[in-house]
Design a binder for this molecule. Structure first.
Ligand code: C2E
Ligand code: SIN
Ligand code: SIN
Ligand code: SIN
Ligand code: FE
Ligand code: FE
Length: 655
């Protein structure tokens, strides 16, 4: 399980890493784009400065040659005020100086430009890549510039307006514009080139960014398939299993750094684990009761229920009987009240479930009860606090063998997802149930047959086994309602009392007819033999139990307690061991009262029946000596119910 979590965690981390890388790459490329743009603007403005200056220098050279010519004319033709001569000569030298500087500056820059770069603030700005386009312009410019330079040199050398000077000045004036145009052409080409170079990087980065976006998209698709699809399938699976986020909120993840999603995944694994354990138990011959307990404990986290009950169809196929039940403590007395529940299927709405083989959801039992006829049984459920339930048929192959109820004390809790999951549970436990019923039925019915055999030897006590079973069950039920025993005596305990109390005298098979059927009082010797029936019965049942234990079962535990202990007395004067007080098992203490009460009220080969009142008196006289005084007290408390049962037996002639 933990390796699974880890690998999902790793996939998740890997994906997070990739997302971070892709996003930072995208941010970086945007940053680069800004930087490149800044750099281009910087280059552009510096190139315009340097190259533009060449045009300006050209104009300055033309202007200054013109000035030199003018000043020289003035000086030559003496057109000036004598006092002004100094001033004019100073201006001439200044202009000559400017002309020289302009020429040198132009020449210097031009030779650098021809090498493919300019220098600004000691930084080289290169445009080498533009050479191809620049060469033809340089060629034309070279020719003009060499003549231009020569003409300037003539002007500078002659210092007067000679023929040659005039020719040079004329050349300068005529070609000044061409030189200007070439400078501008060079500027245009260089700026063009700079722009293009930037654009190429621009495009490369844009392409990279697009590629990254494509990667991001592909990655998201991949992540979707690898991570989100499986998780959403898990979600779907979970909801099919009947799990919802809110159901699982109480499930704490061991790792704090797990995302909520992983704690949910974790929970699914936990649930799957529970299911696997359940399936293992089903294959291990675990008694059905334990399976039911396991289900009750393991799945209540995921599915809302506070009670699970199983009712089985009797052999006659007509009645249905509460057989197993497990409840939360919110449902007081549900188990005992359910123990009454044995009815004709056709009188209940359960018949529809049995016939159709389909589940039934009641999300509001109070409302439901108003509409249906099987009020008795639903009243028990309502009184115990049940408000909603899902009932499934328990089907083995195509035969419905009973029903299982999942119930809750809260209205409207059941949804479709729950049905799917619970149906699966119902279907998987039915096999275990079948095995259990089969084994137990076989064993119990063969043991009961043995007990009946004893009964048949003594026709006069005829229905003793049946009556004392009913009395035993009644006493157990009364006790289960008392604070002292409500956590000890549950539905199963009551059912076991009912099943096993008729086996209490099974040891009488070993008692000879002369003693067992003796019409009068037994001699001390005979009674000693009679007393062996308790231990002998326990021995027979223990032998059966040994065989069962090999299959991991312990069903005769209570039967042994009863057979062995039903003649022990509270004060320690009983047999076979002389156990005292609560050393005597509770089941045996219950059965001792039921057994004696029925022996007293019925005819025996050795005695006539006593009246009801006299019998009750004898029981009370034995309180604290023969019988558990607490049980006698509870027996008295419910004496009305005992009496009506007694009368029922009497008038039905089964006394
Ligand atoms: P059982 O007839 O089923 O009686 C069960 C128990 O009921 C007796 O256990 C005894 O505790 C009580 N009981 C029955 N009759 C009377 C009675 O008249 N007075 C009082 N106070 N209690 C009564 P117990 O005594 O251990 O006897 C066990 C079994 O032994 C009896 O089962 C019965 O089958 C047999 N048995 C006991 N006494 C006689 C007898 O005098 N003659 C014959 N033939 N059988 C006896
Ligand atoms: C029980 O709950 O004890 C038996 C099944 C039912 O009717 O709920
Ligand atoms: C029998 O007598 O056949 C067994 C029933 C009983 O006496 O307790
Ligand atoms: C039954 O088979 O009806 C009884 C089951 C039980 O006692 O638990
Ligand atoms: Fe007995
Ligand atoms: Fe008896």
């Amino acid at each position: 399980m933990s390796s699974k979590e880890k690998s999902i965690g790793q996939i998740y981390k890997k994906h997070i890493k990739l997302i971070i890388i892709l996003i930072s790459a995208t941010v970086l490329s945007i940053f680069f784009l800004l930087l490149i743009n800044l750099n281009r603007n910087y280059k552009d403005s510096n190139l315009v400065n340097v190259l533009g200056k060449q045009s300006m220098l050209t104009q300055m050279m033309a202007k200054n040659t013109g000035r030199i010519y003018t000043i020289n004319s003035v000086l030559q033709e003496n057109l000036y005020d004598k006092s002004n001569e100094e001033n004019l000569k100073y201006k001439l030298s200044q202009t000559i100086k400017k002309l020289e500087d302009s020429k040198d500056e132009y020449d210097r820059q031009y030779s650098l430009i021809k090498k493919g770069y300019v220098v600004v603030d000691n930084k080289k700005i290169s445009f080498k890549g533009a050479e191809k386009k620049l060469i033809p312009v340089f060629e034309k410019n070279d020719e003009i510039w060499s003549n231009f330079k020569e003409s300037i040199d003539i002007v500078l050398k002659e210092q007067s307006n000679s023929q040659e000077t005039i020719k040079a000045i004329k050349y300068i004036n005529e070609n000044n514009e061409k030189l200007l145009n070439y400078s501008e052409e060079i500027t245009r080409i260089v700026l063009d080139y700079n722009n293009k170079e930037t654009m190429i990087i621009y495009y490369i980065i844009i392409i990279l960014a697009v590629l990254m976006l494509v990667f991001l998209a592909l990655f998201i698709n991949k992540a979707y398939k690898e991570l989100f699809v499986p998780i959403s399938q898990l979600y779907k699976g979970m909801s099919q299993l009947g799990i919802t986020l809110e159901d699982s909120l109480d499930v704490k993840s061991e790792k704090n750094d797990l995302m909520p999603v992983f704690s949910e995944v974790n929970m699914v694994f936990n649930q799957l684990n529970s299911l696997i354990t359940l399936i293992e138990n089903l294959n291990k011959n675990i008694p059905f009761k334990d399976i039911l307990e396991y289900i009750f404990k393991s799945f209540s986290k995921y599915i809302p229920y506070t009670h699970i009950g199983v009712a089985l169809i009797d052999d006659d196929g007509k009645t249905i009987k509460a057989s197993y039940g497990i409840s939360d403590k919110v449902h007081k007395n549900l188990a005992e009240n359910m123990a009454e529940f044995k009815i004709d299927i056709n009188k209940t709405s359960l018949s529809r479930i049995v016939e159709s083989g389909k589940e039934r959801i009641i999300n509001d039992l109070e409302e439901y009860v108003k509409k249906v006829s099987d009020k008795e049984y639903n009243k028990i459920l309502l009184e115990a606090g049940i408000r909603a339930s899902i009932t499934f048929p328990l089907k083995n192959k195509n035969e419905v063998i009973g029903i299982i109820f999942f119930s809750s004390n809260i209205k409207n809790v059941y949804r479709k997802e729950h049905v799917r999951f619970l149906r699966m549970l119902a279907n998987s436990i039915v096999l275990s149930l079948e095995k259990d019923i089969f084994n137990q039925d076989m064993i119990i019915s063969s043991t009961l047959a043995l007990a009946k055999l004893t009964e048949e030897r003594d026709l006069e006590t005829g229905e003793h086994l049946y009556r004392m079973k009913i009395y035993s069950k009644m006493i157990a039920k009364f006790l289960s309602k008392e604070e002292k025993y409500k956590n000890i005596i549950d539905l199963e305990y009551i059912n076991n009392i009912e099943r096993f109390s008729p086996l209490h005298d099974i040891g009488k098979v070993a008692i000879r007819d002369e003693i067992l059927l003796k019409p009068g009082k037994l001699t001390a010797e005979e009674f000693e033999i009679m007393k062996t029936h308790a231990l002998y019965g326990a021995k027979v049942l223990k032998a059966a139990e040994e065989n069962l234990k090999k299959k991991g079962r312990n069903i005769f535990f209570m039967a042994i307690e009863i057979a062995e202990g039903h003649h022990e007395k509270w004060d320690g004067s009983g047999y076979p061991y002389g156990k005292k007080g609560e050393e005597i098992p509770l089941s045996a203490r219950i059965v001792a009262i039921a057994d004696a009460f029925d022996a007293l009220t019925s005819k025996r080969p050795y005695k006539e029946p006593f009246s009801f009142e006299h019998s009750v008196k004898i029981i009370n006289e034995g309180s604290g000596t023969h019988f558990d005084p607490y049980i006698v007290e509870v027996f008295n408390k419910n004496i009305d119910k005992i009496k009506s049962k007694y009368l029922e037996f009497k008038y039905k002639n089964i006394l």
